[in-house]
Design a protein around this ligand. Structure first.
Ligand code: ADP
Ligand code: MG
Length: 273
């Protein structure tokens, strides 16, 4: 059987996939929200050459925890999240997960809608009346440091605020599993740190199951309970670290530095092999 794969550029290609899609969203065994078993995924580029994005990835995310997936650019992190969210199918292996929502790498806010109308779009599409949707959005805006900016247009907001609006939109999807794709990748270092502190506070107030993708090893260790380190493409899990340090954590904590060194070493070893 051949599966049509839609490329990010919108061109359809034939993939050399031979297995039927295997993704299920029934309750996942063992207290997990995500379970991937030997998942591989390849693309076909414009010239017809195969690009192996992920190879034999097995990974679990515990319900109620924050799993960070860290790896160099191009190692298949976005592909992994799209598989979890059902936006793509694996070529082989199995993907089992709870219903998941993707917060994409770019905020993709609609410029003509106010901040709160952007954040509540999923509610409106689900048929929730505008006034009620705005009430729910406004309440989250207040909790997440956006109070007073409900009516602002996206171009009137800073990068950090736009990411917070996108995060509120993700929360309001009502899905139990949040997949965040490099949420702070486009921000400057100072705003990035503020946003990490803010996200830590948000998770402490209301624990969620999160898969957080980042190329920043320290960010992964500061925010997550567990960190999976992927090799350069094709992405494989080369190590998994457990972070027990209580929150909030800082990049300069001795434990964070020690774990960072461990993760960087496994990453360097995976390049060498
Ligand atoms: P990351 O998010 O870690 O940067 P991606 O999952 O976006 O990595 O991509 C992994 C690899 O797959 C990259 O080499 C990328 O160029 C390639 N790739 C991603 N999407 C496509 C596509 N639609 N068609 C062809 N190659 C792709
Ligand atoms: Mg990516």
């Amino acid at each position: 059987m051949q599966i049509q794969v839609q490329s990010r550029e919108g061109q359809a290609h034939d993939a050399r996939a031979t297995r039927p899609p295997s993704r299920q969203t029934h309750p996942v065994a063992g207290g997990n929200a995500v379970s991937l078993e030997t998942v591989s995924r390849a693309y076909v580029d414009r010239r017809g050459a195969a690009v192996q994005a992920l190879a034999d990835v097995s990974l679990q995310a515990v319900r109620g925890g924050v799993l960070a997936v860290v790896g160099p650019s191009g190692c298949g992190k976005t592909t992994l999240l799209e598989l979890i969210c059902g936006l793509q199918q694996p070529d082989s292996g199995t993907v089992e997960c709870e219903p998941a929502v993707l917060m994409p790498q770019h905020d993709l806010l609609l410029p003509w809608l106010s901040a709160v109308d952007n954040a509540t779009l999923a509610l409106r599409i689900a048929g929730v009346p505008r006034a009620q949707a705005r009430r729910e959005g406004t309440s989250l805006f207040e909790q997440l440091g956006l109070g007073g900016f409900e009516r602002a247009r996206p171009n009137e907001l800073s990068g950090g605020m736009r990411q917070r609006v996108a995060f509120v939109r993700t929360l309001l999807s009502g899905k139990p599993l949040l997949c965040l794709d490099e949420p702070f990748g486009a921000l400057d270092a100072i705003t990035r740190q503020e946003m990490q502190e803010w996200l830590t506070g948000a998770f402490l107030r209301e624990p969620r199951t999160v898969v957080l993708v980042t190329h920043d090893v320290e960010e992964a260790i500061v925010l997550a309970d567990r960190v999976a380190v992927l090799s350069p493409r094709p992405g494989r899990v080369v190590s998994e670290l457990t972070v027990q340090e209580p929150r909030p954590r800082s990049r300069t904590d001795a434990t964070v530095i020690a774990l960072r060194e461990r993760a960087m070493r496994t990453l360097a070893d995976s390049r060498a092999t």
